[in-house]
Write a protein that binds this ligand. Structure first.
Ligand code: SF4
Length: 420
């Protein structure tokens, strides 16, 4: 057995694709008989997997590892920060590799099992069997920094995916997840698409359910092919990066779809596929998001939030390396924060009343009226407080939230005089 040791440090937990990419790297090192160590000084190889989104933390980690490693150790920096070597240019002796260049490790480390032969899949502690169906992306989302590290779209051959899937079934797995940087564009580089792949998979009999992670709305371009697949009941969940909900902002985000088409698809899903869990990802406070856009987002959340449609929201983070950094009409942090707090309250309310359809409809109606008639943050917050007092019996969630609401009335009143 090789006596080589490796110290591996990842910066930030990252999302599902980052996690899979990191797991692939760890598997590669393990298969090539590297031993993982916590002793930085004794490691023969030090690997730091970085993230451009958290580039300051990435640089700090690189400096710490570089200053404390054995000077004879190989120091390899992987991940998206490698696309911006200029940020770390004064450090000597570091090998930088983008995610799409990880196969260069074969010659750097002189290993016997090449990177590209490392078999998936990945099984987590809950038994979820994930298959990484494609790497890279050729979309151009303006907030994205991953595209600088993951390279062009490289879809896995459908036969290989099917072989991995069958292996999972043989191992008695029932919950599968298909993951990519952008699962919706799987196959576009090899003359196929996700619907064609799923049609082949669904011909395989078995008691399984599949989750589709990192779906972007590009799937709308072949929605008609997807509908029968979704109706089969085999698709357990879809996690969709919607990001925003008005056509003007969709353009600024760099995506190419019409909100009306997405809404029709969502209504169809709600009607025919009510067991498929949908998670919609939104970014709050995108550059150019007007107060009116924000109200449309709140109403969209109110209208669609239900047992099988949930939302994950993020506050917009301005990253120098993202194209969105150069967009006009950026909101300052105070506005983003107050918008995020209002979204949070609406989400908590919709979550609480999700199962009580009669009451939920009434509250949603009242809130929707408040939102549409408000012209400032504090008016929305006042309305929330008003609804909480009108409820019989008084609503404990809204009462607790009213502390936040009062803050919003005060701060929101000031900020509202400067809304876009
Ligand atoms: S779909 Fe957009 S956010 Fe996702 S990897 Fe591609 S460019 Fe980045």
């Amino acid at each position: 057995m090789s006596s080589k040791t490796v110290y591996f440090q990842g910066v930030s937990e990252g999302n599902q694709e980052h996690f899979l990419e990191r797991t692939l790297l760890v598997n590669y090192l393990t298969i090539n008989e590297y031993l993982f160590t916590n002793d930085l000084k004794k490691a023969d190889v030090v690997i730091c997997d970085t993230c451009l989104f958290y580039y300051e933390d990435s640089i700090k980690t690189i400096d710490y590892l570089n200053n404390n490693r054995n000077s004879n150790a190989l120091f390899i920096v992987t991940g998206v920060l490698s696309s911006r070597k200029g940020l770390i240019k004064d450090r000597e002796g570091i090998i930088f590799l983008l995610n799409e260049e990880l196969d260069h490790l074969d010659s750097i480390l002189g290993v016997t099992h090449p990177f590209n032969t490392i078999n998936q899949p990945f099984v987590n502690q809950f038994g979820l069997y994930s298959i990484y169906i494609a790497k890279g992306c050729y979309q151009d989302c303006t907030f994205c920094v991953d595209k600088y590290g993951f390279g062009q779209l490289r879809s896995l051959d459908p036969d290989d995916i099917i072989a991995l899937f069958k292996r999972g079934l043989e191992d008695k797995h029932e919950r599968f997840s298909f993951v990519a940087q952008n699962t919706a564009i799987y196959g576009w580089d090899i003359g196929t698409n996700l619907a064609a792949l799923l049609n082949r998979i669904l011909k395989i009999s078995g008691n399984y359910r599949i989750g589709l992670d990192c779906m972007n709305p590009e799937f709308l371009s072949y929605a008609d092919e997807l509908r029968p697949i979704l109706k089969s009941g085999k698709i357990d969940s879809m996690r969709i990066s919607l990001i925003t909900v008005t056509d003007r902002l969709i353009k600024l985000v760099g995506k190419d779809f019409k909100m009306q088409d997405f809404m029709s698809f969502l209504s169809w899903m709600e009607r025919y596929c009510s067991t498929t869990k949908i998670t919609l990802i939104l970014i709050i406070g995108y550059p150019g998001e007007s107060f009116n856009d924000f109200k449309i987002m709140l109403e969209f959340i109110l209208r669609h939030s239900r047992a099988h449609v949930t939302f994950t929201t993020y506050e917009y983070k301005d990253i120098y390396f993202a194209e969105s950094y150069h967009l006009k009409d950026k909101l300052d942090k105070a506005h983003i924060k107050i918008r995020s707090m209002l979204v949070d309250i609406i989400l908590k309310i919709t979550k609480k009343y999700r199962m009580q359809s009669g009451k939920a409809t009434l509250i949603k109606k009242r809130l929707s009226k408040i939102i549409s008639e408000s012209s400032s943050y504090d008016e929305i917050a006042q309305g929330l407080l008003h609804v909480s007092k009108q409820l019989d019996p008084p609503d404990e969630v809204l009462t607790v939230l009213s502390y936040k609401t009062l803050y919003m009335i005060e701060v929101g009143g000031r900020l509202s005089s400067e809304v876009l």
